[in-house]
Design a protein around this ligand. Structure first.
Ligand SMILES: CC(=O)N[C@H]1[C@@H](OP(=O)(O)OP(=O)(O)OC[C@H]2O[C@@H](n3ccc(=O)[nH]c3=O)[C@H](O)[C@@H]2O)O[C@H](CO)[C@@H](O)[C@@H]1O[C@H](C)C(=O)N[C@@H](C)C(=O)N[C@H](CCC(=O)O)C(=O)O
Ligand SMILES: Nc1ncnc2c1ncn2[C@@H]1O[C@H](COP(=O)(O)OP(=O)(O)OP(=O)(O)O)[C@@H](O)[C@H]1O
Ligand SMILES: N[C@H](CCC[C@H](N)C(=O)O)C(=O)O
Ligand SMILES: [Mg+2]
Length: 485
């Protein structure tokens, strides 16, 4: 693509040099990945400043540099106020606005994004559409899995892969949209068709500082839901009417809103909800009549996830009988309320609860059916929201009979210091500390009696433990099976 053409829609840029004759074949933000005839965008990161690689980038094949300041290099430099935002524009332009050629469904909220995106994807797949999904666990394009680094990738990776999806004739892409991504502009320029809100509770205050900022970041998905009409269908915001922030999000979007909920009247409302030991059942009231649902997913939080997915699929034009079939048959996502069954006479559940609210949801669900004692193994991530630590410890001790506090990706912090934060001010004493996660799981399993339930929380599908900058192999499920043997 011609360089001048590529940058022409940037809202605010300066460039003294002539770009007329430059043909750009690639865009790159990492100088180590550069090829010939590339445009390199210098990003000021949290670890390093990409501007320092400008010279090396030219050696590696960059023929244009996009930067926030003048640079002494032998190729033209385009100066912009914010390179991250410029990258989102450039990538969208370079890949010819791929999100305008696909249906894109974005799901945001503190908890439930991975669960809801997977159900939405399953529904579209069952409706014989070609689907793709981007989220915490992986990116899947028409059945082919690709690894991901972030829940919501940077704008370059995102636009490149949306383009791949267009090439592969994908009908609908469902993606998790994290608050970090919204705040950092990773999804700028993505033309969403449907925006879904699950819930908002405490997490990520290390990044957002206040709950107001966190809510504001989440709301950007709804204010960014544009006016373009794609596939001859209107756009929709899908909002959890039982969440205290529902009214605010309702006002933020200019598009029609479909709501879902249990307690409050909603477009999709669950009534006659029964929480059972092997799933949930309810009547789903919809704008087109009542639909009975009996799902294998557990707990009230799953009722919300099922409703969110059903409402989004309805907004996407899927028939209710297809939605009903998938809700009744979905078996959920790896590491989300996942039982480990190994001939033992007590329960073992692996779950990704890593916030106070999700831990409370999962433990209260277990409490409903557990005839013995609940034992929870849990830790808090290092270099993440410190303020959620004592709240998670409080929930663990309040709902479980015995809590074992252990390590969960300590990253640059010491595991002991993280647990010190967890137990500070804790009034309960039904806990012990075992820093080594394998030993903690072993102890919980060895101490479990008939009818007890052991909840191993926080890491879900993860198959690693991040200690310092090392990523060590660690899989809660494998460790549990080892000691169940
Ligand atoms: C804090 C944060 O968001 N960091 C993201 C950021 O990394 P960074 O700022 O450290 O990047 P950096 O290493 O300083 O590099 C700066 C620039 O220099 C370039 N570079 C770097 C080194 C080099 O030799 N050459 C070079 O060109 C890099 O390619 C980059 O363009 O940019 C990277 C590339 O896009 C991201 O992968 C990375 O996410 C890290 C892994 C992360 O942990 N992010 C978390 C906080 C996050 O975003 N989480 C949310 C989920 C939250 C939730 O809802 O649970 C998510 O969406 O994943
Ligand atoms: N709707 C919900 N409300 C509260 N808790 C939930 C809900 N859905 C799932 N959970 C809990 O949150 C955990 C994480 O669920 P899920 O992975 O779907 O959330 P997520 O929003 O994708 O998380 P992340 O921010 O890490 O990507 C689950 O293991 C479960 O404990
Ligand atoms: N997306 C979340 C995942 C947390 C998972 C937990 N195992 C941890 O490492 O804290 C985060 O990065 O905050
Ligand atoms: Mg997720």
């Amino acid at each position: 693509m011609n360089a001048k053409e590529l940058i022409k829609n940037l809202p605010d840029y300066q460039c003294q040099q002539n770009l007329d004759m430059l043909n750009i074949k690639h865009i790159e933000m990492d100088h180590r990945l550069l090829k010939e005839n590339s445009l390199f965008v210098c990003i000021k990161g949290y670890t390093v400043d990409g501007h320092q690689f400008a010279e090396a980038a030219v050696e590696n094949g960059a023929t244009v540099i996009v930067a926030e300041k003048e640079l002494d290099v032998s190729v033209p430099v385009v100066i912009v106020p914010d390179t991250s935002r410029a990258l989102a524009h450039l990538a969208n332009n370079f890949y010819d606005h791929p999100s305008s050629k696909l249906k894109v469904i974005g799901v945001t909220g503190t908890n439930g994004k991975t669960s809801v995106t997977n159900i939405i994807d399953e529904i579209h797949h069952y409706a014989k559409q070609k689907t793709a999904i981007i989220g915490t666990i992986q990116m899947v394009i028409d059945g082919e899995s690709h690894p991901v680094k972030n829940t919501t990738p940077d704008s370059l990776f995102l636009q490149k892969n949306l383009h791949q999806m267009v090439e592969k004739k994908i009908d609908v892409a469902t993606m998790e949209v994290s608050s970090h991504a919204l705040d950092l502009g990773r999804v700028h320029g993505v033309d969403f068709d449907i925006a879904v809100f699950t819930n908002l509770s405490q997490d990520h205050l290390d990044y957002h500082q206040t709950m107001e900022n966190y809510l504001f970041a989440k709301s950007l998905l709804f204010s960014q839901l544009g006016n373009t009409l794609k596939h001859e269908r209107p756009k929709y915001a899908v909002i959890n009417q039982d969440d205290e922030h529902a009214e605010f999000l309702n006002r933020v979007t200019a598009q029609p809103v479909l709501t879902y909920g249990v307690q409050n009247k909603a477009s999709f409302q669950a009534v006659n909800v029964e929480l059972m030991a092997n799933g949930v059942s309810f009547i789903m009231k919809t704008p087109k009549g009542n639909v009975p649902i009996k799902s294998k997913l557990m707990g009230m939080f799953s009722v919300y996830n099922l409703l969110a997915a059903a409402t989004a699929a309805y907004a996407s034009g899927i028939e209710l009988d297809i939605i009903q079939h998938v809700l009744n048959n979905t078996t959920g996502v790896k590491g989300r309320f996942q039982p480990v069954e190994h001939k033992q006479d007590f329960g073992v559940i692996i779950d990704y609860a890593h916030t106070p609210d999700s831990l409370e949801n999962v433990l209260s669900t277990i409490k409903r059916f557990c005839a013995g004692n609940i034992r929870v193994v849990v830790g808090c991530g290092g270099d993440r929201d410190r303020r959620k630590r004592p709240l998670m410890a409080e929930v663990a001790c309040q709902y479980a009979d015995q809590a074992i506090f252990t390590s969960d990706n300590p990253r640059s912090e010491s595991s002991q210091a993280i647990i010190d934060d967890m137990v500070e001010g804790l009034k309960h004493n039904n806990y012990q500390t075992i820093l080594d996660r394998e030993e903690a799981i072993k102890q919980a399993i060895e101490q479990a009696n008939d009818k007890d339930v052991v909840l191993i929380a926080g890491k879900g599908h993860e198959t690693y433990q991040i200690v310092g900058d090392k990523v060590l192999d660690f899989d809660d499920e494998q460790v549990a099976i080892k000691y169940l043997n």
